[in-house]
Unconditional design. Structure first.
Length: 159
């Protein structure tokens, strides 16, 4: 009985440990992305501040979780927990130079686990290189399509 409870709790904690690894990996792999690439994979930041050539992009995330184990005729146990994370990207001259996490961000035995959801999309499929924007005054090619016109019966004048 105790063994089953212990195995269940260890299995539930494994998810948080994996999230902790994701958050740690992101702190290294996302450095070097352009700001556009970052926003492509993580979305528009909740806050943005600019200081000269430096931008600070902040993303907010909250997480709540509840786990439980019920054994018929004996009862059960449950555990509820949660936290929040502010993921802060420093962007110097258009490129990510650091990724930091602040907040109530740690799950049991899993540092920064509540921050994984903000960065997971960028690690799952890194954004492709983004083409440069056209120069000022240049306009991209525009392709105009027109719907097909109905055929006119012979002998009917067109307007």
């Amino acid at each position: 009985m105790r063994r089953m409870i212990l195995l269940t709790l260890l299995g539930l904690g494994g998810c948080a440990v994996n999230d902790s690894r994701v958050a740690l990996k992101a702190q290294h792999q996302l450095v070097g992305l352009t700001e556009l690439q970052l926003e492509t994979c993580a979305g528009v930041p909740d806050e943005k501040a600019s200081f000269g050539g430096t931008d600070i992009l902040t993303y907010y995330a909250t997480s709540t979780s509840s786990t439980g184990l019920t054994i018929p005729l004996i009862g059960g146990i449950s555990k509820s927990y949660g936290g929040y994370c502010h993921t802060i990207f420093r962007v110097d001259d258009g490129k990510v130079t650091s990724v930091r996490y602040v907040g109530e961000k740690d799950a049991v035995a899993a540092v920064d686990a509540f921050c994984a959801n903000t960065v997971r999309g960028c690690l799952a499929s890194p954004p492709p290189d983004t083409p440069a924007a056209p120069a000022m005054g240049a306009s991209p090619a525009i392709i105009e399509t027109r719907p097909p016109q109905p055929a006119q019966p012979p002998g009917v004048p067109t307007a």
